[in-house]
Design a binder for this molecule. Sequence first.
Ligand code: HSE
Length: 302
Amino acid sequence: MKLRACVPATSANLSCGFDVLGLALDLTYEVEVETTEERSFFLHHRGEGEGEVPQDERNLFFVAVRKTWERLGFEGVGLRVCATNDIPIARGLGSSAACIVAGVTVANALCGGKLKFEEMLELAVALEGHPDNVIPAFVGGFTIALREEGRVFYQRFSFPPLFSLFVLIPNYTLSTEIMRGVLPASYPREDVVFSLSHLAFLLGSLFTRDREGFFRALEDRIHEPYRGKYVTGFPEVKAYVKGKGLGNVVISGSGPTLLLVLSRPLEEEEKREIAGIFAARGVAVRIQEVHPEEKGARVEIL
Ligand code: HSE
């Protein structure tokens, strides 16, 4: 049996929506999978992360496949996989969520789709540890996550076409686990109210198509102040973008990529100036325009 699965990149948090908001982007993790007689796993990985990710059963795709089969009580088959990846690894663009969602989706399809969507979602969220990348990776669009007593609920919207989006992807990685470790265990009430009010304002701005309100809402006191120290260029690029009245800047996921949410595309000179901010700190950066992705994970039998 042969099949292909395709999963989008995601940018989690959008500043004040820590562990809650996620947006699918038009970068893709794609796998072509063939079942084999001998019961081994091999994956050939091309594109982002080539030469860095394990190609045997330690690959996160296979970890997700095994967990899904364990859940189904399926003893498994061998798999040969060709992965083609546009999603930079360990940069805050949901590469691990995409890999997990691909693994769960493929494993379930190979078992005749026995798991319900909610079961796949809960399995993938348990593997990833938080829901905000996994949900838009599954369903595309702009999503709100809610976890309650081990269950995962979500709402999905189309992200309105009001913004130009750019990602600034630096040439270094950050571990999500470490970046979660730098966060405090508790917060002063005023910081909680600050973030809650910004999150509510952000959603209200989307309902009313208020672009300036959306820019205003992209501020946070739950994670960005603590992570900003490790994310090169964050305060400086934010000051640059806000100073020019172009929009706002957030840390994508747990970083180090920055997501620019703008009222218009960057001009070449602005890109050079932004690259200069990074260069002055010894970091090379890739500046790339991205778009919201409506399509979530899909699998087709070949
Ligand atoms: N919400 C998660 C975090 C996303 O910020 O730690 C990780 O990509």
